[in-house]
Design a protein around this ligand. Structure first.
Ligand code: C2E
Ligand code: MG
Ligand code: MG
Length: 636
């Protein structure tokens, strides 16, 4: 093998007569001369290794192969041998570490996995950062590199020994050192490879179980733990509770303050959750701004779990200091309680998720509960495109529930309630798709259709009956924010011939409360058309009657949960106060969700003006509405 000794001949290699110390032993002189020669031939060795690499793998030009750390190590190893020949001192700790790092870099490259920030596995490395990235080396290549270097170095030494007339014993000693050095390098590279691989595997294991941002358990862990907890239910009848929570308007935090700040909020919330539960409770992040907590033995009394979920809601609402800013975020949570075995983790999680959506829809910053043992509330996946299709292809329809004057039971009119007959999934109740329709903005178009259809229906019934019934239509938050709402309502009234005074627009308490001055402006503008306004689901949020006084509303619908509570516990004080104050404000009071005669009795005794509920009449399709019914059977 000719490594191009001629190239360096002109560069005055070692063996210059002036270097020889007459007092030195001849072998020592020979070793030093050989060392100097090797030092100078280092570029030849490097080039040889590079050429072999190109031939073995890439073909083409060495300049296009950028594996700097690999070549630096070749140089370091050659110069270490040269120095040893000249001075007798072996490779320094630093040189050995540099050489070993190639093994670490190789493991890095083998074990490279993506992280969201694109840094790969860098943090787990023990080698210097610059030694990593570009080294696309296999272990086999690492080994070959060692052999090439060994061969090239031994060849150069033999050539130089011959040229310098250095004796066989010195050459033998030098090549022996090269071999030992190559072997030692290989061992230390392999050791570094092993330890790097081990820490990578450990980190991979952690990543597989934990969310990298918050360190909380991830979805896989949650599902596994939930599955186990569900399997234990047969033996531990105290049950379990799952809280599915989502930060309200998290997108706005990211949009306004940047993603780093958004991450800060997630990390802070994660820390609060973790710090405020028992060690055995599972706290997981599912991704985005969704977190799930799993508590065993907390569902025996639904109230206990509810108190727990409420505590979490308040915990999140405390101000946070993120990146020097005080932020206020709220969460909406779905609480699912399970006592009976037989459910799978995905089902329970989906129930908690849809309860969370209910909480969002009811105005956010609240907890909605679902008792999973009450039977499966069908879990469906509503998509925006599915909703577009629903609207375009006439899959939406309205059902009508009668509302009655409470004392004599006269039919006052109807409330229009939306239904979606999905071609594959069957009928989907409104609370399952309205949140998606709201988020996508499609609710504005859907709401317009509902308004038109309900008014058209009322007027048509009017021609049959001789008198147009009162029609209540639910209006969503998005509709109230629509600057064209007033124009649209006016157009529907004109188009259908519906008298404004017979149209009652219902808005939930949360909507009325949520929007502040803009909402009030919209309400006043609609009111000016002559339509009636109603506050729906009163008692589910925090609306105070004093606040309602400032709004141009005509009716208050007491939420069915309040009606049920009063009938169940017999404590009428709150409802009585609500009815009295509402009357003082000149509002008509409706009791919603009247299901039993006890509830009807309570509603009547407390002075509710209007009653509505399954006891008196269920929502039915227009064809099933009995137009000739004058009074409710239960009230007759
Ligand atoms: P809501 O406006 O409070 O309507 C009353 C809900 O209670 C209806 O549920 C009705 O079917 C149900 N209900 C009536 N009587 C009883 C009873 O005695 N017991 C029980 N347990 N429930 C009773 P639905 O139809 O599932 O609608 C749920 C909610 O979806 C409505 O609550 C309303 O907020 C919303 N929604 C319905 N249709 C529309 C719509 O066209 N537009 C908008 N924006 N929201 C709508
Ligand atoms: Mg309503
Ligand atoms: Mg209601």
């Amino acid at each position: 093998m000719d490594l191009g000794a001629g190239d360096v001949a002109g560069r005055a290699p070692g063996g210059h007569p002036g270097d020889v110390d007459p007092a030195e032993r001849p072998e020592a002189t020979a070793r030093r001369a050989l060392g100097r020669a090797l030092h100078q031939r280092e570029p030849d060795i490097l080039r040889f290794c590079q050429e072999r690499y190109v031939a073995a793998h890439h073909g083409g030009d060495i300049n296009t192969v950028s594996h700097d750390p690999m070549w630096r190590i070749t140089t370091v190893a050659t110069l270490a041998i040269a120095r040893w020949l000249q001075t007798g001192s072996g490779a320094s700790a630093e040189e050995r570490s540099t050489i070993a790092s190639l093994g670490g870099a190789t493991a890095q490259q083998r074990g490279m996995i993506g992280r969201p920030d694109g840094t790969g596995m860098a943090s787990a490395s023990t080698a210097g950062r610059s030694d990593r990235g570009p080294v696309g080396l296999s272990v086999a290549m690492l080994t070959r590199l060692n052999f090439w270097w060994h061969d090239a170095t031994c060849t150069v030494l033999a050539e130089e020994a011959q040229r310098l007339g250095v004796g066989g014993a010195v050459l033998h000693e030098a090549t022996g050192m090269v071999l030992r050095s190559a072997q030692a390098s290989l061992v230390s590279m392999a050791e570094r490879f092993d330890s790097e691989l081990q820490s990578l595997q450990q980190r991979l294991g952690e990543l597989a179980l934990h969310d990298p941002l918050t360190g909380l358990a991830n979805r896989a862990v949650l599902i596994e733990q939930l599955e186990r907890a569900l399997a234990r239910l047969g033996r531990h009848p105290e049950g379990l509770a799952v809280v599915f929570l989502d930060i309200d308007d998290f997108k706005a935090v990211n949009d306004v303050f940047g993603h780093a700040c958004g991450d800060g909020v997630l990390v802070e919330l994660a820390a609060r959750l973790r710090a405020n539960v028992r060690p055995e409770d599972v706290v997981a992040r599912l991704g985005g701004d969704e977190f799930v907590l799993l508590f065993e033995g907390r569902a025996d009394a639904g109230a206990d779990a509810q108190a727990l979920a409420e505590r979490i809601r308040l915990l999140a609402a405390e101000p946070m200091l993120v990146e020097g800013r005080e932020l206020h975020v709220t969460i909406s949570a779905g609480l699912a309680v399970v006592r009976l075995p037989g459910r799978c983790a995905e089902q329970v999680l989906a129930e908690a998720d849809s309860a969370m959506y209910r909480a969002k829809r009811a105005g956010r910053n609240r907890v909605a509960m679902v008792d999973v043992d009450d039977g499966p509330s069908l879990v469906r996946f509503v998509t925006t495109s599915g909703l577009h299709q629903a609207l375009a292809q006439g899959e939406l329809r309205l059902v009508y529930q009668p509302v009655f004057e409470s004392r004599h039971g006269t039919v006052l009119g109807f409330e229009a309630l939306l239904r979606w007959d999905h071609p594959e999934q069957g009928p989907i109740p409104p609370l399952e798709f309205i949140a998606v329709a709201e988020e996508s903005g499609l609710m504005v178009a859907i709401g317009e259709w509902v308004l038109h259809e309900a008014c058209r229906q009322a007027v048509q019934w009017g021609t049959q009956l001789g008198v147009i019934p009162r029609m209540a239509v639910n209006v969503s938050a998005r509709q109230l924010e629509d600057p064209e709402l007033v124009a649209k309502v006016a157009h529907v009234l004109a188009d259908t011939g519906m008298p404004p005074a017979l149209l009652m627009l219902e808005m939930t308490e949360a909507i009325v409360l949520g929007g502040g001055a803009e909402h009030r402006g919209a309400l006043e503008a609609v009111k000016a058309l002559g339509v009636q306004l109603s506050v729906d689901d009163f008692g589910t949020g925090y609306a105070s009657l004093a606040y309602l006084r400032q709004l141009p509303v005509d009716q208050l619908k007491v939420d069915q949960t309040l009606v049920h509570e009063v009938a169940r516990h017999g404590d009428t004080r709150i409802m009585q106060a609500v009815v009295r104050l509402a009357h003082d404000l000149g509002l008509e009071v409706v009791a919603e969700g009247v299901e039993t005669t006890v509830e009807l009795d309570v509603a009547q005794r407390l002075g509710c003006d209007v009653v509505q509920g399954y006891l008196l009449g269920r929502p039915v399709p227009p064809a099933a509405v009995d137009l000739h019914q004058r009074t409710a059977a239960a009230l007759a």
